[in-house]
Ligand binder design. Structure first.
Ligand SMILES: Nc1ncnc2c1ncn2[C@@H]1O[C@H](COP(=O)(O)OP(=O)(O)O)[C@@H](O)[C@H]1O
Ligand SMILES: [Mg+2]
Length: 339
């Protein structure tokens, strides 16, 4: 297996000690390097550092706005594959590049809320109150302290009971969709809504799939990567057939890629074989900075903007933005479950 502690730290091996450390680097440092004036074209390290510094200084790098709001559900019923990490870091990457992004935390664990630095103790208006109709979207939306364009509807532990409470409610599958429409009516001007799902295919995930047009599936570059994906695709098919004809898998992101292992490449190849063009070319490396960031209430883009993890999410965000929501390819049903 490649996820032992010895394999975790592959971070920023390209850094020049004391000079291009992204934590202290800004554009001014660029002309003051001991190597003289390095232009971005000269070395890949310089290009990366320049990009990190531009992004940190607030949106000098920007991407096109989508023609219409894109609502993306991040789903995979397997736990620990990088759903939350991908949701918050992609959201931050899009926000840093000029988009207005709303993250909806639909996992009672509230990890996305934690990573975005948003309070989510019991009693805070959250996705739970929103789903059961006890608060409005405007009451539940909070701004991330690190980026004014990054908004979050947090999840509290109360959400753990929602799957059961929702069962007997009217329009139980449509409640999140109505809430997002309500946020639009309240004038929030949101370009992207990203919904972080719990590791199950229950009513919370169904609500997320009804609210979205797109599904983003994070897949961990590990053994059994495609395990359960067949079941996920069948559920997407059911929601599409009965509740939301526009739903489709638009994006697959390979996460926790460890380039030193043969396995990671094999998994990447297999996933590309199944999902074709839906798989982003940008692959998210296994990176200790990515896993440390939530402990500080931050995304990796704020925690260490020059790190490889941050760069890979910026690239993934740009790639996602460059694809129209409509040009997604049909996705064959994976047979990974039988493995
Ligand atoms: N690229 C990565 N590099 C290192 N650790 C990662 C990476 N992506 C996710 N992790 C870690 O893996 C664990 C599971 O990720 P998470 O996003 O919470 O998965 P999920 O939401 O699917 O359960 C977390 O501890 C997270 O910090
Ligand atoms: Mg999660």
């Amino acid at each position: 297996m490649s996820n032992g502690p010895a394999n975790v730290s592959r971070e920023t091996t390209s850094r020049v000690p004391g000079m291009l450390d992204s934590g202290s680097f800004d554009a001014d440092d660029f002309s003051r390097t001991p190597f003289g004036n390095i232009s971005a074209a000269d070395t890949p390290i310089a290009a990366e550092a320049q990009r990190a510094s531009q992004v940190r200084q607030g949106g000098t790098v920007s991407i096109p706005k989508p023609k219409e709001q894109r609502v993306i559900t991040v789903a995979n019923q397997k736990g620990g594959v990088g759903k939350t990490t991908t949701t918050v870091n992609l959201a931050a990457a899009l926000a840093l590049q000029g988009m207005r992004v709303l993250v909806v935390d639909l996992d009672p664990q509230g990890n996305a809320s934690t990573a975005l630095g948003v309070p989510h103790h019991s009693g805070v208006p959250s996705s739970y109150e929103l789903l059961i109709g006890e608060c409005t979207a405007a009451e539940a939306i909070q701004q991330s302290p690190h980026n004014e364009r990054l908004l979050c509807i947090p999840a509290t532990i109360d959400l753990a009971g929602a799957e059961i409470e929702l069962v007997s409610m009217v329009a139980r599958e449509n409640r999140l969709k109505s809430a997002i429409q309500e946020a639009n009516l309240a004038g929030y001007d949101i370009d992207y809504v990203m919904i972080d799902c719990p590791p199950s295919l229950g009513l919370l995930t169904v609500n997320a799939m009804v609210a979205a047009k797109e599904v983003l599936i994070p897949i961990q570059c590990e053994y059994y990567a495609l395990e359960g994906v067949g079941q996920l695709l069948r559920n997407i098919g059911l929601v599409q057939a009965h509740l939301n004809p526009e739903l489709h898998v638009s994006t697959v992101v390979l996460t926790m890629y460890d380039g030193r292992t043969k396995l990671a490449d094999q998994v990447a190849e297999e996933v590309r074989g199944h999902f074709g063009d839906a798989v982003l070319r940008s692959v998210i490396p296994r990176s200790v900075k990515v896993s440390e960031a939530p402990g500080y209430g931050m995304t990796v883009l704020d925690y260490d903007p020059g790190s490889r993890g941050a760069m890979s999410y910026l690239d993934a965000g740009r790639e996602m933005a460059s694809r129209s929501a409509r040009q997604a390819t049909a996705v064959p049903v994976a047979d990974g479950e039988s493995r």
